[in-house]
Design a protein around this ligand. Sequence first.
Ligand code: HEM
Length: 487
Amino acid sequence: WLWVRNLRQNRRLPGPFAWPVVGNAMQLGQMPHITFSKLAKKYGNVYQISLGSNKIVVLNGEVAIRQALLKHSTAFAGRPNFGTFQMVSGGKSMVFGSYTRLWKEHRRIAQSTIRAFSTANSHTKKLFEQHVVGEAIDLIKVFLCLGADSCYFEPGHELTVAAANVICALCFGKRYSHDDQEFKTLLGRVDKFGQTVGAGSLVDAMPWLQAFPNPVRSGYLNFKELNDEFFEFVKDKIIQHRQTYDPEVTRDMSDAIIGVIEHGTGTGDGLTKEHVEGTVNDLMGAGQDTISTALHWVLLLLVKYPNIQTKIQELIDKEVGRERLPTIEDKSKLAYLEAFIYETMRFTSFVPITIPHSTTSDVTIEGHYIPKDTVVFVNQWSVNHDELKWKDPHVFEPSRFLNESGIIDRDLTNSVMIFSMGKRRCIGDQIAKLQIFLFTAILLHQCTFEANPADKPSLDCSYGLSLKPTHFVLTAKLRGTFLDLVS
Ligand code: HEM
């Protein structure tokens, strides 16, 4: 048996030649997910690269990824033991934590807390909806101010505040004004987080780069600083919550998590006080940047494809009317809008590679042996751009998700891979989809967005855990008159 094991271990996975010291670091390019998809054409869907001292297995395409994350779900449920991962949420992060019995409990608590404050029942769904509607209305007001006299503006900061406010309201029962300087500073650096933890980041691959000044080291130091700053903000809020905690009244997610972990109303067995801060910090981090990135792409694609924007507006006017704002209940009548959102997720694949995984045991995928503790990159972009699965994958075409009767094709929407799958699948997928739907529907009900004719919208973006449009401006025009609700 040992002999067979040794033989398997010595059989190197296919993959490009790795240079000494740096491995394949210099070959990743600006968009590693696209490089990985190209390499898959040459080496197959499961291959190996090296980044510094780390051997990494890259998984591409639906079949290999499903086999790994669903069929061998436990074997692929780990996270690498990276220094930067230990820095997040004071070392008590669920998102970046390794797969243990305690972690399972941690994830269960985080998951049921999200549900309890969103989709658990019609009452919680309505309360959740009210938060989003409030933020969408505020966003419209700010956009209309910024876009007055056909001024063009960058919507980035406002989208970040709107998204952060929804998760802040859920976590702390508190929101911030769009011109709150402290909040602005706090959020201003958050997008740098994803550049450090995104697949292909060199910070953990080549620790020796921290010994002398270079861009990787400054990235590392900035990462530490921004994590500490964000975590301090969260800890401060949790301290306030502890001081005013009342077991009879659960005001928000922080209270709920304090209740389960510290007051034993659930089974927070083995989780400590520090896990409370860790969990809330995780939810704030995971729930804010992703949604604001999604909204960035939504607006960019709406101004890039004005005909699609008009088509969605006509549909909303027909199904919802001009007398009230769209609600979650309207979703089933707005199939083309839902198709637009799925196409935005597929086409941009704005979380192109999941957070890095690692193997928790030896495992074999498509005949390739992968030892325990191997770092694994899961290339979601490759699934969404597979030419065998999607007709013209590089074309933005929302109607691809509708059948001849205009009904959403659920098999196809389920094939879009942006929330990952298996034991590490995103636990915010439902609230994410609801938020993107509501924000988009309400914004388009009230406003028309236009690109600057002198500055054509470009799909250029920066790479990290999420892909962010690098530069784009637009203007917002009110459609008709403000609803009483909005004024
Ligand atoms: C993890 C996508 C919104 C909470 C993830 C992962 C992806 C993802 C790709 C990594 C999965 C893996 O490593 O295999 C997205 C996208 C979002 C979104 C595209 C928005 C459009 C949210 C929201 C929340 C959330 C709103 C909660 C407030 C989490 C958590 C994890 C996670 C807690 C860690 C799961 C784990 O490690 O077990 N998400 N996410 N996400 N997401 Fe999301």
